[in-house]
Design a binder for this molecule. Structure first.
Ligand SMILES: [Zn+2]
Length: 210
């Protein structure tokens, strides 16, 4: 399947664009900003967006969602435990000294156990709270990939000091939902370099001795 990763916005949020080569259907995960660049990638591959998925409602991940939705007509999926954060994007913009963004209308909940599809490829929603209450990860078994949002990073885990964060919950989410995945699973974090489940099991300093 087509998979492009584009770091967007001032915080370089990893936006993923997945596309099916046969049906030309696409899913965009975390369109935080730079929507013109995302649309250019979609056009280059001849893709039509069927779903916009938000891993969590921090502005660097969700900030461009409404603009992408207006440009494509695709529904926006988000876990509803992040509704409070989603409704305070103006305050989040102030925290970060960013320009205000369009409020985002959510069309469908992304709940633990839900499956979304792009062509023949299934995307499993894993609810992984801790960085925020509504944080989700997307597991794509046939691609041996995981889009982890800000839950798991190469050598680190998501911060839990922002409103809605919970340090014990994020560790529980990682241990119960992410580390059981196959070691060769490629992890695309919300920021920075990709890694694998096996590498983080062995070397991530936040996951040792637990
Ligand atoms: Zn975040």
């Amino acid at each position: 399947m087509i998979h492009e990763i584009l770091p967007v916005g001032v915080l370089a949020c990893n936006c993923s664009i997945f596309g099916d080569e046969q049906t030309r259907e696409a899913m965009v995960v975390d369109p935080g900003d730079d929507i013109a660049d995302i649309l250019a990638i979609l056009a280059r591959h001849g893709l039509t967006v069927k779903a916009i998925v938000i891993t969590h409602a921090h502005i660097d991940h969700i900030g461009g969602a409404q603009q992408l939705k207006q440009a494509t007509g695709a529904p926006v999926y988000m876990n509803l435990n992040d509704t409070a954060l989603q409704k305070m994007l103006d305050i989040q913009a102030q925290w970060l000294g960013m320009k205000p963004v369009k409020p985002v209308d959510i069309d469908a909940p992304a709940k633990d156990g839900d499956r979304l599809s792009v062509g023949v490829t299934a995307f499993h929603v894993l609810h992984t709270p801790g960085h925020t209450q509504g944080s989700i990860s997307l597991w794509i078994p046939s691609e041996v990939k995981l889009v982890a949002g800000d839950t798991l990073f190469r050598d680190s885990i998501g911060r839990t000091d922002l409103p809605g964060g919970d340090g014990r919950k994020i560790l529980r989410s990682i241990h119960e939902k992410l580390l059981p995945l196959a070691e060769e699973t490629v992890v695309i974090p919300g920021h920075g370099e990709a890694t694998t489940i096996g590498r983080e099991k062995r070397f991530n300093p936040f996951l040792q001795g637990l």
